[in-house]
Design a protein around this ligand. Structure first.
Ligand SMILES: O=C(O)CCC(=O)C(=O)O
Length: 189
């Protein structure tokens, strides 16, 4: 019997999505959570609007009111080793990650459907503290093609190619406190 049609999601994820569990160990996870929690996190600003998640930007920040990238504080020393490990895992040269976003999601907070700004190239994300459903969708005619990645704490994902350029992603409200570190490379020019 074919199972086509029983599942709303394809078996394989979007092309260009990579994922690994246990990218950092439990001790490193606690250290990183402590570092993020100690940052002067600010509610995410979309021009006149505020998101519920709290963030700190490093390297560059996207300013929604001016619709451009502005320089942010340098990437802190405590982020550099894990950013370097992410670059190695992804096969990127040292220093490719030039933007880092630390995010805190309180219980009940998520992030809506979006694609990351076009100034950035590849996107990597380290999940900390609790799991989340990392959802993908893309338009196919009058329907949405969908995929959900169960992103475990201490895992790393990467979006490039179609996963980055064609698919949108979102995280529904989390059930337990979650933190993430997003590492972004830059497009040329
Ligand atoms: O928290 C995450 O892993 C995703 C963050 C994200 O999609 C974003 O900040 O654009």
């Amino acid at each position: 019997m074919t199972q086509l049609g029983l599942f709303s999601e394809p078996q394989a994820g979007p092309a260009g999505l990579r994922y690994t569990d246990n990218f950092v160990d439990a001790a490193a996870e606690q250290e990183l959570i402590g570092r993020i929690a100690a940052l002067p996190l600010q509610r995410f600003q979309f021009g006149a609007f505020e998101g519920n998640r709290r963030v700190a930007w490093f390297g560059y920040q996207y300013d929604y009111s001016q619709q451009r990238l502005t320089e942010a504080e340098p990437i802190p020393d405590w982020v550099r080793p894990v950013a370097r490990r992410a670059e190695t895992w992804a096969g990127f040269a040292e220093g490719s990650v030039r933007q880092v976003l630390c995010t805190e999601y309180d219980v009940g907070v998520g992030i809506g459907w979006h694609r990351d700004k076009p100034h950035f190239k590849e996107i990597l994300g380290l999940s900390l503290g609790s799991p989340c459903k990392f959802r993908f969708r893309r338009r196919r005619g009058d329907k949405w093609e969908r995929y959900t990645l169960e992103a475990l704490p201490r895992s790393l994902y990467m979006m490039e190619g179609e996963a980055r350029a064609q698919w949108e992603h979102s995280i529904p409200p989390v059930e337990a406190h979650r933190y993430s570190i997003t590492f972004r490379t830059m497009k040329q020019g």
